[in-house]
Design a protein around this ligand. Structure first.
Ligand SMILES: NC(=O)c1ccc[n+]([C@@H]2O[C@H](COP(=O)([O-])OP(=O)(O)OC[C@H]3O[C@@H](n4cnc5c(N)ncnc54)[C@H](OP(=O)(O)O)[C@@H]3O)[C@@H](O)[C@H]2O)c1
Length: 260
């Protein structure tokens, strides 16, 4: 895709993979709308990218897990006089621990952010893209989407939702000129695991957010419905399809089992 002069809205742009999406797109001449809760970080990023690349960068500080957030974001974008050409649904978080011990509000917020906000923002921004016959929607899923993961039940289910939703959307939008892709990163070196608060949630060698974004842009250029970041992650995702399902559930459980 040619990103020059396009406007990309990136959720979760204040840290990690979202920041790198913003950086790569700005380097290629895209204007940005940066969304997350941390206004200071977003303004610092917007200032840096404006100065480095001469692009326009706006900031919307918003908690996307709250009711009505999507509507407020659309109104804000309209007030800015912007049109969204590329939507990157990247904001997300995980919790670690058993459902029986979990804070119900925290699990609800996870579903709101990881699933409901992805559907809501896609539904709100997609029609204008299809009307123009161009644009892109990038949804950040995870390798956790490929099997249920005990002790991270809601997170893995939320990412399975994102993957299924995105691949269906890819089929729906094929005739429209709008590109849709789900990116499935494995463990990636970002503040994600500080938010999770449990090192056990991380398995395998961590890749970099730069690698994740490069894989995404390659998949987008190739018209893939989804892509796994990293050869090892892709191999594991493929091989486990040939194992008995109970074995897959057991391996996943042992991999992230809370340490005593
Ligand atoms: N890192 C990994 O190993 C990994 C692996 C697979 C998939 N992923 C996925 O990759 C995506 C990005 O994660 P990351 O690794 O870059 O983690 P991260 O550094 O923790 O970034 C998460 C981003 O989401 C934003 N966010 C969190 N809650 C929000 C809310 N309620 N409203 C709006 N924004 C919110 C955070 O900003 P504020 O705190 O400022 O709001 C931050 O910008 C997530 O969807 C994650 O599930 C990560």
């Amino acid at each position: 895709m040619n990103f020059t002069g396009q406007t990309a809205l990136v959720t979760g742009a204040s840290t990690g993979i979202g920041t790198v999406f913003a950086e790569r797109l700005a380097e290629q001449g895209a204007h940005l709308i940066l969304v997350a809760r941390s206004a200071d970080r977003l303004h610092a990023l917007a200032d840096r990218l404006r100065a480095a690349h001469g692009i326009r960068a706006d900031v919307v500080a918003l908690d996307l897990s709250t009711p009505g957030a999507g509507e407020r974001l659309v109104a804000h974008v309209a007030d800015l006089g912007r049109t969204v050409d590329i939507l990157i649904n990247n904001a997300g978080f995980a919790t670690h621990g058993d459902v029986a011990d979990a804070d119900p509000a925290r699990l609800q917020a996870q579903i709101q952010l990881n699933c409901a906000a992805v559907v809501d923002l896609t539904t709100r921004f997609l029609p204008a893209m299809t009307a123009r016959g161009r644009g892109a929607v990038v949804n950040v899923a995870s390798t956790a989407a490929f099997q249920p993961v005990a002790h991270m039940a809601v997170y893995s289910a939320s990412k399975a939702f994102v993957l299924a939703f995105t691949e269906a959307l890819w089929s729906e939008t094929r005739p429209t000129g709008v590109k849709v892709i789900a990116i499935c990163p494995g463990a990636t070196e970002t503040p994600f695991f500080e938010v999770v608060g449990a090192e056990e949630a991380s398995f395998g060698r961590r890749r970099t957010p730069e690698q994740v974004v490069a894989t995404t842009l390659r998949g987008l250029a190739n018209g893939c419905p989804s892509i796994v970041d990293g050869r090892t992650n892709a191999t594991v995702a493929t091989l486990q399809r040939f194992l008995p399902h109970r074995a897959v559930l057991g391996i996943a459980e042992r991999t992230v089992r809370p340490r005593a």
